[in-house]
Design a protein around this ligand. Structure first.
Ligand code: SF4
Ligand code: SF4
Length: 123
């Protein structure tokens, strides 16, 4: 990315494996509300007016969701927060070893069996 006077160059951390945010260029209007609300200054405004911001420091994202909550076009898909795979809730069926994640089609019901010793904490 080249900014303002064509002398300053900024590049994202190329070795960072995570991609915390995805923008839909067709929906985002480049209002930069997400940029201004970000607690970690992860985002940088796009010098091209009307385009989505750059995720300049993806490895510093807290996944707090402030950016997507602030976006007026969130429901239309302008911005999507993508949690890393290890942070997504899943559960495993012990009998078969199958793994299930939230959002799967027809996931099994949650395990509501009480823990050993019951729900009440020991006095
Ligand atoms: S999730 Fe939070 S830390 Fe990450 S880009 Fe959005 S506002 Fe910034
Ligand atoms: S993602 Fe939403 S808040 Fe961010 S620039 Fe685009 S429209 Fe504005």
């Amino acid at each position: 990315m080249v900014t303002g006077n064509n002398k300053t160059r900024m590049v994202t951390n190329l070795v960072t494996p995570n991609k915390p945010l995805v923008f839909d260029e067709a929906v985002c209007n480049g209002c930069n509300r997400c940029v201004n609300i970000c607690v970690m200054d992860v985002l940088y405004p796009n010098p091209e007016k009307g385009k989505p911001p750059f995720v300049l420091y993806p490895d510093e994202c807290w996944y707090c969701g402030c950016c997507s909550m602030e976006c007026p076009l969130w429901e239309k898909g302008a911005i999507k927060l993508k949690h890393p795979m290890v942070q997504r809730v899943r559960w495993k069926r012990k009998a078969t070893g199958e793994h299930f994640r939230v959002g799967m089609k027809n996931p099994p019901p949650p395990n509501n069996r009480p823990p050993v010793g019951g729900w009440k904490p020991k006095a």
